[in-house]
Design a protein around this ligand. Structure first.
Ligand code: ADP
Ligand code: ZN
Length: 746
């Protein structure tokens, strides 16, 4: 038997697993038609029947995962019951590293693997197909019977026998003739049509185009990062440095090294659509712009970028979280800029943290990852402390620019007049700066005019009919809007409860209201308002930023979009209207986040020669966050944070996972929450908080309850969650979302 099997060809595969971009818990098995028997391999893109439909999926093989993450095996299906796979598509297979990454992400987040695959499938499989462009090559010398006109000769000159294919239009243009001449030659059999290889749409960045001069900390950090890239193995490095210290400049040196090796780099930016200045800097350093990937680039650009990643011609891709799922041909480096940013966590669909998954992808790929931040997250600092990550620090701002001088304004001692929000101390500082021709900025992380509208007669509060939230007045648009769903309504002329007229009052400030106040104080100042609803899209943002840089603006008033890494050389004063804003609520990271956000806002000031000043309006200037911002000693602040989280096993000293139960029916949500609560796991080092109504108890009409699983760091949450969820059967009206490593507790 053994002998004969050696002589026979290997038995052809009878069945294969195929992962489909659909929410099944595992890949489905299909019978392999004899014609495909030997040729199918993992990663192949195939079409299979599903119900009455055809679906496109990927031939899958299980990834070896740690025991804690390994999902239960799929049920056995007998060979005889399998449906045959339809065909294999003539497309490059999905690389093994990407397939493994998909399995890891699914296992870690407990998302169905197909939903992770859906983020990684070529865009045109899910959209319209585009025909590849056809081009012309020479079929040979023209037959002597062909009459050679000057126009025809020009075409043949323009397209020598060994030339790369050209499209009709390209060829006609190069030869300086009409397209009919080209077609005529084709009809005569002199030109042959071929499919053109996708042209490389992204010219290669040149690592030697415009390198910076580096000294001291910068030179050291750059050479360390270059060495990590040259190693071609996994490593994780935190690049820490105050705003303006040159982190971007330095990690671009790592990109330069990766380019020199001919390999690809992925750069994740938190707010890619707002990154016009970053793109310009890249172009200045490397001569060309990078490839860009985010949800707003459009179908055509998506296909192009996707294909250029796959064939290796896009050397640097700058993207939002989803760029992690691009099929890189030869990924040599990943950079996560502003690694502490909460936007790296995707909150809908597959809830993954792109920062953490970037580290995972780098590890699976065997490439270095660099996390950059002025205010690293406690998670990352903890990884540095335990030796898992390396640490590079840039101590000072580049070129001797000083860090802005930060002070608090105690709002109990220096309050504004009733109904106003800017302290006389802040107004005075603004006046000084504006008189000197410098720019000032006011920051308030709240869109609209006022966060609450209240009836003075009966106390009624205007609330969203679909969410547990107050409606925010947008005075310019004359509406009340919910900031959690799309609901808007006109501002009513009378109170909807008591009918009192003219009794509705705006409570608290949004940036529209601050703008009104600033306008009346500084009627001559040229004011620019920057918020996601007033400036949307990359073009509008770039225009606004350009105006500020050209000094066509005196006063900038904005929400968090002004905090992004902008370089405003003439800005010397930043006023934070409500520094306490983020500190309420039950968010575990409220302090850390507020510190990070305000430091980033503060970092906009004084980036050139003129020294900057930051004024924080606060009712609790003694709060550790304010103290840290004033002293600039973030290390001490974070050490204190760590000591507060350690004893209770809060992250990063323990693990968290949330279950969010939701239903349009409040009773159904309650019942499911109770059932899950009764089935809650227990054991040493494991506890469960809840069920409780979520702070956003109703969202878009769905009633929400939360449970929070907390374990000690050495206990993985995934097997516990799997076991827990398997015990409870829920009605179809109830949905349970699993959120591993939650960032939002709403
Ligand atoms: P960060 O990313 O830490 O905020 P940047 O890399 O944006 O810092 O640097 C701040 C400013 O200083 C930028 O305008 C940058 O171009 C400039 N800069 C930093 N390092 C250098 C250098 N070595 N040579 C020239 N300009 C530099
Ligand atoms: Zn709403």
């Amino acid at each position: 038997m053994v002998q004969s099997s050696l002589l026979e060809p290997p038995p052809s595969r009878k069945r294969v697993s195929v992962l489909l971009p659909l929410p099944f818990p595992y890949p489905l098995d299909y019978a392999v038609p004899p014609a495909l028997g030997d040729s199918l391999a993992p990663g192949d893109i195939v079409v299979v029947p599903l119900g009455g439909r055809r679906e496109t999926g990927v031939v899958w093989e299980p990834t070896e995962l740690p025991a804690d993450l390994t999902p239960p095996p799929p049920p056995d299906v007998a060979d005889a019951r399998l449906r045959p796979l339809k065909e294999r598509l003539d497309l490059p297979p999905m690389p093994a590293a990407l397939r493994q990454f998909i399995d890891w992400v699914a296992a870690y987040t407990l998302a169905p693997p197909g939903m992770v695959l859906a983020m990684a499938l070529r865009p045109h499989l899910r959209g319209e197909q585009t025909a590849p462009t056809a081009g012309w090559v020479r079929a040979g010398e023209p037959p002597s019977s062909l009459r050679m006109t000057p126009a025809r000769t020009a075409v043949l000159h323009a397209l020598p026998l060994d030339a790369e294919p050209m499209t009709t239009a390209e060829l006609a243009q190069k030869a300086g003739v009409g397209v009919s001449v080209v077609r005529g030659l084709a009809d005569a059999g002199v030109l042959r049509s071929v499919l053109m290889a996708a042209a490389a749409p992204f010219p290669e960045p040149d690592p030697l185009h415009n390198p910076p001069m580096l000294e001291g900390d910068q030179a050291l950090a750059a050479s360390e990062l270059r060495a990590r890239v040259a190693e071609r193995i996994f490593s994780a490095t935190l690049l820490e440095g105050v705003t303006g210290s040159g982190k971007t400049e330095i990690y671009l040196e790592a990109v330069a090294e990766c380019l020199a090796q001919g390999r690809q780099t992925l750069v994740l930016l938190p707010e890619i659509a707002l990154s016009s200045q970053w793109m310009e800097r890249f172009a200045k350093r490397f001569g060309v712009r990078p490839a860009v990937w985010h949800s707003e680039i459009g179908q055509k650009a998506r296909r192009l970028t996707w294909a250029s990643c796959e064939n290796g011609t896009a050397k640097v891709v700058v993207g939002a979280r989803s760029a992690l799922f691009l099929p890189f041909d030869d990924l040599g480096l990943i950079i996560v800029d502003e690694e502490h940013e909460a936007v790296f966590k995707q909150e809908e669909g597959v809830t993954y943290n792109a920062r953490d998954m970037a580290v995972l992808r780098a590890r699976l790929t065997g490439a270095p990852v660099v996390l950059a931040s002025a205010t690293p997250s406690l998670e990352t600092l903890n990884n540095v402390e335990s030796g898992r990550y390396r640490h590079l620090v840039l101590r000072a701002r580049h070129g001797g620019a000083a860090m802005p001088d930060t002070h608090t304004i105690d709002m109990r001692e220096n309050p504004p007049p009733r109904g106003l929000f800017l302290s006389p101390v802040l107004l005075e500082a603004m006046k000084t700066r504006l008189e000197r021709g410098e720019q000032a900025m006011l920051f308030l992380n709240r869109r609209g005019y006022a966060p609450l509208t209240l009836c003075r007669a009966c106390g009624h509060r205007m609330e969203c009919p679909h969410c547990t939230s107050w409606l925010v007045e947008h005075r310019k648009k004359r509406v009340l809007a919910c900031h959690y769903c799309e609901h808007t309504e006109p501002v009513p002329p009378a109170c909807p409860t008591c009918g009192a007229e003219d009794s509705l009052t705006a409570i608290g400030p949004g940036i529209e209201r601050i703008t009104e106040e600033a306008r009346s104080e500084f009627p001559d100042a040229r004011i620019m308002v920057m918020a996601s609803d007033t400036i949307s899209g990359p073009t509008a943002t770039a225009e606004a930023v350009g105006k500020i840089s050209r000094r066509e603006v005196d006063l900038i008033i904005g929400t968090q979009i002004v905090a992004k890494g902008w370089h405003f050389p003439h800005l010397t004063l930043v006023g934070v209207v409500d520094a306490d804003l983020g500190l309420g609520g039950a968010d575990l990271r409220a302090g850390e986040r507020t510190m990070q956000l305000l430091h980033q806002v503060a970092g906009r000031a004084g980036r050139a020669e003129a020294p900057g000043e930051v004024l924080l309006q606060s009712f609790m200037p003694e709060h550790p966050v304010m103290q840290a911002l004033v002293s600039g000693d973030f290390a001490a602040f974070m050490a204190e944070e760590a000591e507060q989280r350690r004893p209770g096993f809060w992250p990063p000293f323990g693990r968290l996972a949330a279950l969010i139960i939701s239903s349009e029916n409040a009773d159904a949500a309650d019942k499911a929450a109770r059932q899950l609560g009764l089935a809650a796991p227990h054991g040493n080092g494991i506890d469960v908080l809840g069920p409780v109504p979520a702070p956003l108890a109703i969202l878009r009409g769905r009633h929400r309850r939360r449970l929070l699983l907390r374990t000690q760091r050495n206990i993985a949450v995934q097997p516990i969650l799997r076991h827990w969820l398997a015990q409870v059967t829920l009605t179809s009206s109830v949905r349970v979302d699993v959120d591993v490593d939650p960032v939002s507790f709403m």
